[in-house]
Write a protein that binds this ligand. Structure first.
Ligand code: GZL
Length: 336
C-alpha cells in the first residue's frame, strides 16, 4: 500500500477521529451534524461503500430536503454515510473533506457553500484517489478533473424564468426588489445573472433594491422590511433567490399592511410546498422548482465515479414551475 501523505492538518484530524467514539462518526470535531446520526449500510454481501457527505448546512427547507434525500438513499443502498453539516461555513466543509480523506472513504459528495476556495482540498482528494461528486452547486476550478460530475439544476435558467415572468406580469414597466442568496454561492451568482440579463431587455423595469438574504427566511424578512421602509409603495415586485427568503418577504409585506401577490408580486425558486401553497393562495405569483431530492442521482454518480465509469461534467435536473394556472392542482404533490 502506498505511503499515505498526511498533512499536519491530517494528523490533527486523525487525532480528532481517534478521539471520537467509533469510526464513521456523523460529524467531525467542531461540527454539529444536523441529524447526529450515521446511516448504517445493510448486509448485501458486496463491499460496503463508505461515502463522506460535506453538506452546506440547514439554512432552508430545500437544504433539509436534500439532506434527507441523501440519507434515505444511502440507507436504501446499504451505503455507510458519514454526514458533516458545514453550518454554512467553508472552513467546516474543508475540514470535513480532510477528515474523509484520512478516513479513506470510497467517495465524497460535496455541496459547496461558495464557488471559490475548494481547489486545494479537491486536489488532496484527487491525489488520495477519492472521487468527488458536486451536489447542486458548482465550484470554480481551473482543472475540472478535480470533480467527477455536478448533479443539479440550471440556476441561470431559473433566474431567467423569474425575470421573464415578472417582466410580462408588469407589462414591461415597474420597480423590482431582489433578495439574493449567500454571496459567492453558485445559486446566488447564477440566478442573479439569469434574472438580470432578462430584466436588462426591459428599459421600463428597474431593480431598485438589492440585498443579501443568505437563503434564510428570517434574513429575507429583515431585508424586505428594510426595502419597504426605504421604498415603500414604489416596489411592484420582489424576486427572491429562494422560497425561504420569499416567505419571509411575504410576512414583511403583510405586516406592512400590503397584499403580497397583489400590491407586490412575488417570484422565487425552490418549489417548497409552503411556497407553492402561497402561490395557490394568491400570496405569491411564481415558484420555479429546483429539484432537491438529489439522493438517487448523487449515488448513481458517485458509484459510477468509484467504478471509473465515464460521466458527463454536469447532470442537469429539469425543473417544473408553479403559477396561478397550476399551483392549486399540484401543491399536494410536493414532497418537500
Ligand atoms: C439550490 C441550492 C440553494 C437553494 C436554497 O440548488 O443550492 O441552496 O435554492 C439553498 O434554498 O440554501
Amino acid at each position: 500500500m502506498g505511503t499515505l501523505k498526511i498533512s499536519t492538518f491530517g494528523i490533527l484530524a486523525l487525532a480528532t477521529i481517534l478521539g471520537l467514539t467509533g469510526c464513521g462518526s456523523s460529524s467531525t470535531e467542531g461540527e454539529k451534524s444536523s441529524t447526529g446520526e450515521v446511516a448504517k449500510g445493510g448486509d448485501t454481501g458486496k463491499k460496503q461503500l463508505t461515502i463522506g457527505f460535506a453538506q452546506v448546512g440547514a439554512e432552508s427547507g430545500w437544504r433539509s430536503a436534500e439532506t434527507a434525500s441523501v440519507q434515505d438513499e444511502a440507507k436504501k443502498r446499504g451505503i455507510n454515510l458519514i454526514f458533516s453539516d458545514g453550518q454554512g461555513k467553508q472552513e467546516n466543509q474543508i475540514k470535513a473533506i480532510h477528515t474523509f480523506i484520512v478516513q479513506h472513504v470510497d467517495g465524497i459528495i460535496l455541496a459547496p457553500v461558495v464557488v471559490t476556495g475548494f481547489e486545494p482540498v479537491l486536489k488532496e482528494a484527487k491525489d488520495a484517489g477519492i472521487p468527488v461528486v458536486l451536489s447542486d452547486r458548482a465550484v470554480q476550478v481551473k482543472d475540472d478533473s478535480l470533480y467527477a460530475t455536478l448533479v443539479g439544476s440550471d440556476f441561470i435558467e431559473e433566474g431567467r424564468r423569474c425575470g421573464e415572468f415578472l417582466a410580462k406580469k408588469l407589462n414591461g414597466k415597474g420597480n423590482i426588489a431582489e433578495i439574493e442568496g449567500n454571496n459567492g454561492s453558485a445559486p446566488q451568482l447564477e440566478r442573479k445573472k439569469g434574472f438580470e440579463e432578462v430584466i436588462a431587455k426591459y428599459p421600463g423595469i428597474k431593480i431598485t433594491n438589492d440585498a443579501e438574504g443568505k437563503f434564510e427566511l428570517a434574513k429575507g424578512k429583515e431585508v424586505m422590511e428594510a426595502f419597504l421602509r426605504a421604498n415603500g409603495k414604489n416596489i411592484n415586485a420582489v424576486f427572491a433567490h429562494n422560497d425561504d427568503m420569499a416567505l419571509g418577504a411575504i410576512q414583511a409585506i403583510e405586516e406592512a399592511g400590503m397584499k403580497p401577490g397583489k400590491d407586490i408580486l412575488v417570484a422565487s425558486i425552490d418549489g417548497e410546498k409552503t411556497m407553492v401553497q402561497a402561490v395557490a393562495d394568491g400570496k405569491a405569483s411564481l415558484c420555479v422548482e429546483c429539484k432537491a431530492l438529489l439522493g438517487p442521482g448523487l449515488f448513481d454518480a458517485i458509484e459510477s465515479a468509484i467504478a471509473k465509469k465515464p460521466l458527463p461534467k454536469k447532470t442537469v435536473m429539469q425543473d417544473d414551475q408553479f403559477d396561478d394556472t397550476n399551483a392549486a392542482k399540484l401543491v399536494s404533490t410536493r414532497k418537500y
